[in-house]
Design a binder for this molecule. Structure first.
Ligand code: SIN
Ligand code: MN
Length: 280
């Protein structure tokens, strides 16, 4: 899949692109059938919400789940990012966020690059999130909120918030957000199951809690240009990957047909992936 000149202009101006219903209901069924099994597992990759059993986020399923291993190599997700960076990409992070009905907690205002810079020493904002909605995203179930154009400002000052939710994040203060919203406004891209959303790593974003009776499960690939790989291995490997091998894409029908993929963490997470390490 190639981005058109109009899409490239839009991405440059706004910092994100929305592709409503890009994946078919049959393709989405393959992924959705797998999520309950993943969320039920007791492994460190499942981070639960504060004071609840609901899974906030599941990390690295592409290393132990067959359908998600294929998604991690899907040309509809990988090619647009490769095109934008003009080079091969590797998987920096892979997560399936639950945002469960009633229990899904907030994600505070932040830029992804804030965390990738401060924790992982990623040299440049040459990595980005590309997400698929596994559930419909509507105005009630905690859609992502973006400040269009904020990606042009580069990395903003951020503080390390380790208390608001169960997951530490480098967040941006309210005064800065107020000023940015006065200038750029806010949007909350919504869409049916199978919608794809890509956004620049400096785009300022957040999401509210999910008080609706509908889950808002989404899967995020954080793809990084290979030359821009992280320089510090402070976070466990299941959160910030240390394998910078370029992703080799599968054919476009890969979710519906069999293709051989490796599942190296199928029988558990390697000890070394649970701990900080010295960078290579
Ligand atoms: C994120 O910002 O990484 C996730 C936000 C969300 O899933 O709402
Ligand atoms: Mn984020």
């Amino acid at each position: 899949m190639k981005l058109t000149a109009t899409q490239l202009e839009q991405f440059d101006r706004d910092g994100y692109l929305l592709f409503p219903g890009l994946f078919t209901p049959q393709e989405m069924r393959v992924l959705n059938d797998e999520v309950p099994r993943l969320y039920a597992q007791h492994r460190p990759e499942n981070v639960r919400e504060k004071g609840s059993d609901a899974v906030r986020t599941n990390f690295a399923a592409h290393l132990y789940s067959y359908p998600f291993a294929k998604l991690a190599r899907h040309p509809r997700m990988v090619d647009p990012v490769r095109q934008l960076f003009g080079e091969d990409v590797y998987m920096h992070q892979f997560k399936i966020n639950g945002k469960n009905a009633f229990d899904g907690d907030v994600w505070q205002w932040h830029q992804d690059y804030g965390t990738w810079l401060n924790d992982d020493q990623m040299p440049e904002p040459r990595a980005m999130n590309i997400a698929i909605f596994l559930d419909e995203v509507n105005e009630f179930n905690g859609p992502l909120m973006f400040i269009p154009g904020s990606h042009k400002l580069g990395a903003l000052e951020a503080g390390h918030d380790t208390t608001t939710t169960s997951y530490p994040l480098w967040t941006i203060d309210n005064d800065t957000i107020r000023k940015l919203v006065e200038r750029g406004g806010m949007v909350a891209p919504k869409g049916p199951v199978g919608t794809m959303l890509m956004f620049h790593s400096c785009l300022v974003h957040a999401s509210g809690s999910n008080l609706s009776p509908w889950n808002r499960v989404s899967v995020y690939l954080s793809l990084c240009a290979v030359s821009n790989h992280i320089r510090r291995f402070k976070r466990p490997e299941y959160i910030a990957h240390r394998d910078f091998t370029p992703i080799k894409t599968l054919p476009d029908d890969c979710l519906l047909k069999h293709y051989d993929v490796e599942l190296p963490w199928k029988n558990g997470t390697p000890e070394a992936a649970l701990k900080p390490a010295l960078a290579a």
